[in-house]
Design a protein around this ligand. Structure first.
Ligand SMILES: Cc1cc2nc3c(=O)[nH]c(=O)nc-3n(C[C@H](O)[C@H](O)[C@H](O)COP(=O)(O)O)c2cc1C
Length: 352
């Protein structure tokens, strides 16, 4: 039976995953304070439910970048799904399509964008990428994203330095030597050395580089890793179609604010000019409701999807997403809001 809560799912995933895989998924940067605060910060927003509002028909459905989704719950880009499931990313892609949401495929996936597309041709897929120093290689990947049917590029902008990963043995990530990175690695490069590959990220990237992704692919760009209103606005002015508020699940720099704390400032700065998504520490449907009330168009979920994948493969991911959506539906009804676009800040008590 699928675990009744995400906390139980996490424990079940830890029990089945290898030590290396678990440390990789679960770790955060430094002392992991930001990682923990991400989770806690959502809980500080308490709810102010409305009653007597005719909740006979409640729907969690909405859209992101005009694509319909069953709930404002998207699959965040996470690397190396083969760490926890023999099939890896194709299983996640099918699950996201079955549930009815977007799957953002990581640049560091262990499956090519083309094979992910073949697994779930009708699913909505976005391609996450970092700008590489080799612009030709980045461009080729952006073109492959378009050609394989992705409908947006998720440009991650939090790669200015390689994070300290204290929980990992030797502080570095060493995946199994049979892993391949057919999106991140150059064509023909069979290396499994992810640390060498991430050293190809361009640490000199600026706002002026953002339009390249759209020029190369013709696709809208979601800028992921923004933590301030002023940066968000500058991204929008540089042509971003959406902003993903993210501190990478607390995996890049410890001490950074929780995403729940900065979401309101980003929403205010963007002022409706672009969609705003948020990730980090979303662990219940009530957290999804809180994020949407604060102005997020949708949330992205990282670790819980990997827990579902570890525990029961494709079905486990569907169950994880369905669990969050079901909790969201109940929370909406009990807050007197029958549609996602009726959720707003009045449903929340501002934390003191
Ligand atoms: C195992 C793992 C791998 C990740 N890989 C990537 C990646 O390749 N690219 C990226 O932009 N973000 C990556 N992230 C960050 C997620 O997209 C997301 O920001 C984060 O997981 C959200 O926090 P949550 O795990 O608390 O939901 C990764 C996160 C995890 C947990």
């Amino acid at each position: 039976m699928f675990p009744p809560t995400l906390a139980a799912l996490e424990a079940a995933a830890e029990a089945v995953a290898s030590r290396e895989a678990w440390d990789y998924i679960a770790h955060g940067a430094g002392d992991e304070v930001t990682m923990r605060t991400n989770v806690e910060a959502w809980q500080r927003y308490r709810l102010r439910p409305r009653v007597l509002r005719d909740m006979a028909n409640v729907s969690t459905a909405t859209t992101v970048q005009v694509a319909p989704v069953a709930a404002p719950i998207l699959v965040a880009p996470t690397a190396m799904h083969r760490f926890v499931d023999a099939e890896g990313e194709p299983a996640t892609a099918r699950a996201a399509a079955r549930f009815g949401t977007v799957y953002a495929v990581s640049m560091a996936a262990t499956t090519s964008l083309e094979d992910v597309a073949a697994a779930a041709p009708r699913g909505t897929r976005w391609a996450q990428m970092y700008m590489l120093r080799d612009r030709g290689r980045t461009r080729a990947l952006a073109e492959r994203a378009r050609d394989s049917g992705c409908t947006a590029i998720v440009a991650s902008v939090d790669g200015a330095a390689v994070p300290r990963r204290s929980r990992l043995k030797g502080g570095a990530l060493v995946p199994p030597d049979w892993f391949r990175f057919p999106n991140l690695a150059a064509p023909g490069d069979e290396t499994s050395d992810i640390m060498a590959l991430v050293s190809d990220y361009d640490t000199a990237v600026t706002f002026e580089d953002l339009p390249r992704f759209t020029e190369w692919s013709g696709l809208p760009v979601v800028v992921k890793g923004v933590m301030r209103g002023d940066d968000a606005l500058q991204c929008v002015e540089a042509g971003a179609a959406a902003i993903a508020v993210s501190n990478h699940g607390g995996r890049t720099l410890d001490g950074v604010a929780a995403t729940a704390e900065v979401l309101p400032e980003v929403v205010e700065a963007v002022d409706g000019k672009a969609e705003v998504y948020v990730d980090g520490g979303i662990r219940s449907g009530v957290d999804v409701l809180r994020a949407v009330c604060l102005g997020a168009r949708a949330v992205m979920v990282g670790r819980p999807v990997l827990w579902g994948l570890a525990v029961d493969g494709e079905d486990g991911v569907v169950s994880t997403l369905a669990h969050l959506a079901d909790e969201l539906l109940r929370a909406m009804a009990l807050c007197g809001r029958d549609a996602v676009d009726r959720l707003g800040p009045d449903v929340l008590l501002t934390p003191r």
